[in-house]
Design a protein around this ligand. Sequence first.
Ligand code: FE2
Length: 378
Amino acid sequence: MNELTFTNGRIVLFDRVVHGSINIRDGVIADISESPSRSGQDLEGDTVIPGCVELHTDHIESHLQPRPKVRWNLQAALRAHDGQIATSGITTVFDALRVGMEGDTEFGAQDMCDIAQIIAESAEQDSLRAEHFIHLRCEVSVDDVVEHFDALSGNPRVRLASLMDHAPGQRQFVDPAAYRLYYQGKKKLSDADFERYCARRTSESERNSDRNRKLIAQRCQAQGTAIASHDDALPAHVEESIGLGVALAEFPTTIEAARLSHEAGLLVLMGAPNVVRGGSHSGNVSARTLLELGCLDILSSDYVHFSLIQAAFFLADDGATDLAHAVRLILANPAEAARLDDRGRIETGRRADLVRVRTASGQPPRVHSVWREGNRVA
Ligand SMILES: [Fe+2]
């Protein structure tokens, strides 16, 4: 039997914070005591939280293509990404892969199949620090999204699919001016080219989105894959999501959509960078506002890995909520949304996925060490 004890830690439990020790046997939390242990590794008063569960990060792409036209070895890219994930305190990650290409990328459908395969192989060989699953980000406005979905959905690591429509005038960018500001700049298009791009994307959305959204939702239901909505803005969007069996509302863009989703029992996910920056980069609703209104359930690191732990400690330091609640947003609720009931809390019988965090006044928290199932991974 492998046994490990940590003592003198500030332990963040599901509903409160205690000072004490944790005993781990064979990768599982065997005992939590609110008194110091005479033996074991001294945590010197550092804070211990469960390993973070990250549902939506597309960071692997930037490791695979670190510069335009530069492709890195896939396995090396995955390991580099995995290293950053683990050192950010994330022990379970859903790597978001694009399904349905918007036509503005150097990545193709085959690339996503290759990434999915290497993730599955590496997970099988237990050669990664964090545990990796796959989140299929399905752009339902695109003609061949269902075909791409079918090519990927048999991968055993696929556990989550989100249904998104990023055509102009839709959801994330209901305001055409905000859409222009974001996409014309990002794509470096002239005014005329941008108009042509918008016309094409709008007609694709009108032609495809409704049908593809339903087809993919049906497939997810049949395969037992959790479904997320994405950027819902209007009551009609939320109603549609409920009808499709959606469990998770990713990045609702208005207070109304977030409130209606939360009231209907969907878990509302927002970006941790939104919390750290104090607002949304595309001018939509702030995560902090949703927290104050009681309709924020999950934070995702989105485009900055480290933002999860940063956001949780920031919210607690700032008095927006207590640390146990902030930690539920980055851990317990995402684990529940992903149907992973063996982790997400420091609790007897759960996996010993733990992060030791050192804090100092006026500085971002520092990840000191990380264990997955009792094994040190960072
Ligand atoms: Fe979006």
